[in-house]
Design a protein around this ligand. Sequence first.
Ligand code: ADP
Ligand code: MG
Length: 697
Amino acid sequence: MTGFFDTRIEYLKGVGPQKAALLNKELQIFTFGELLQHYPFRYEDRTKFYKIRELHDGLQQVQVIGTITSVQTAGEGRSKRLVAQFSDDSGSMELTWFKGIQWVAKKLIKGIPLVAFGKPQLYGRKFSMAHPELEPLTTNQQSKIYLQPVYPTTEKLRARFLDSKGISKIIALLVRESLPHVHETLPQALIQQYRLISKKEALSQIHFPKNADGLKKAIFRLKFEEFFYLQLRLLKLKLTRTEKYRGKILNQAALLTRFYKEHLPFDLTEAQKKVIKEVYADLKSGKQMNRLIQGDVGSGKTIVAFICILVAIGSGTQTCLMAPTEILATQHYEGLKEYADKMGLTSALLTGSSKKKERDAIHRALVSGELDLLIGTHALLENVVQFKHLGLAIIDEQHRFGVAQRAKLWAKNTDYYPHVLVMTATPIPRTLAMTLYGDLDISVIDELPAGRKAIQTVHRYDKDRLKVFGFLRKEILTGRQVYIVYPLIDESEKLDLKSLMDGYESICRAFPEFPISILHGNMKAADKDFEMNRFVKGETKILVATTVIEVGVNVPNATVMVIENAERFGLSQLHQLRGRVGRGAEQSYCILMTKYELSKDSRVRLETMVRTNNGFDIADVDLKLRGPGDLAGTQQSGITDLKIGDLGKDGQILTQARNAARLLLESDPHLNQPENAVVLQQINRQNKNTLNWSRIS
Ligand code: ADP
Ligand code: MG
């Protein structure tokens, strides 16, 4: 259905080929439909006029009515400026210009009532507005109530008169011409249930709100619709998958029961038990499982994975566990092999550095079905790795793996798809998880094993280093071990490697009495293993490392995590690193070292770390600081394409929209009912648009 909204924007009055080309290039706007969805990002409140006496420092842009009483230039050279005194009956303020001084000076007229619009800032005891908009006060202005839209634009567009006002002008024309063509895109039942305004009304009010209430309703309606269709598509995908792909029924619990009776090293937490139940229900359901387990660092995901593995092996299939780094894969292997051996199961480790002979043996044992459990890195994904009957594939620390890699795991069998379990220690708010991993079911381990002491976190400046070193020495002398981590954002960054090496040397000098290990990404795998093992065994007391230790490494005797240049890490990374300690019964510490000057965001990150140990709290703050665009996985899922919804802030609307989508699909899975025809149409239209897009780019 090509129609009015597919018309290219050069055919809009006032646009033409040149401006159109610029809008294509700068804002990726090609059609009427896309321009109509170029929503304002904020509105200037022109409904209120401030008295000068009412101004305060916290205000954004405001408008003030007054008259100019005098004009002069001040300052020299680069600080030269034009200053006008501006007064009303409550006081006076200054209007200043740093550019275009001569031009502005000619236009300033004393003594007539003007409206000045800008952000007031306090200098000394007087308010000042830099480069205000200035207009004569017209008689009807004070009674005209409006919220003026502000549109995203760029420097190049501004140079072509497409600043916010220019864009507003062409959109005004477009809105007028479009309205007759706008059809409702949501079913009537939903519109009534959620008291939504019509699509027509919403599009008109979002660009040109009549009042604050109208604007609020327009925003809600458009966000609701956007989230509704996003969720509907995700849920539909999932529905199609479960209808199409049967899962192998894995329902034999004998091995698991024996493990519980004979070898389980501790009581499981209630949260662990709950998640195991959820997984077991999936495995025996006959549907293919695609489940995400979210659990904070240290919540005990590994044992949960192993118990699920026992169900799969006990039901006559093979299993694999994939980890993002060699160190982590090795550690999983060493830990789980012990259990596997006790249970009489066969296991093997496959990584990039496995020898050819070992590999060949592993490949054979997989194809013959002899091997029960394969643990490894990305090496597992290679096509040569084929199983006789893979029943369950587990991916640890999902944020390093993409959706495509998950899909590769599905192709490891010929006769059926394996069940897939993904485990992540990057907790994200549930609403966001539902969207990011919309095609996965989600389980949460929201409890740490009993008896853990909360990690104490402090922030110290570089000048306190001697004291910090004194503390480390004391801890080591009582038998504990210490991590010291340096930032290494990109392993090829020479500067970072140098700061690590310098750090290592100064630590060797400060602690000549203790054996020290070093670990970084540029080392050979064998050297890494060697150093890591020395630390795991307690032979070395301090491990100086880059973030290679971020993921999963488990040394319960290590009780102190020192993070150097902590301001350079993101929140979730800091939390991950901190999770390396606090794994034993002893009190653990995390010390965040920084320089003295810090940006505001850095301060918030550090304060958050000091305030809370809860991964979900931290994820919330992180989401607010960075927005969802930066979170792992968002790029792949196309979620950053949202036109108006904000996954970080609109959790409530998102939840409502998701529920609406779920209920709709439950009552009408294939959207056959006449009242849902509008939904089907809209989905088809969106599918078509995404197709067009992939052709263009
Ligand atoms: P993560 O969820 O970060 O992967 P791990 O699986 O590595 O956590 O578990 C962290 C530590 O807690 C391990 O030493 C593990 O043996 C231990 N652990 C796990 N579950 C329990 C439990 N229910 N009670 C006591 N200790 C546990
Ligand atoms: Mg882990």
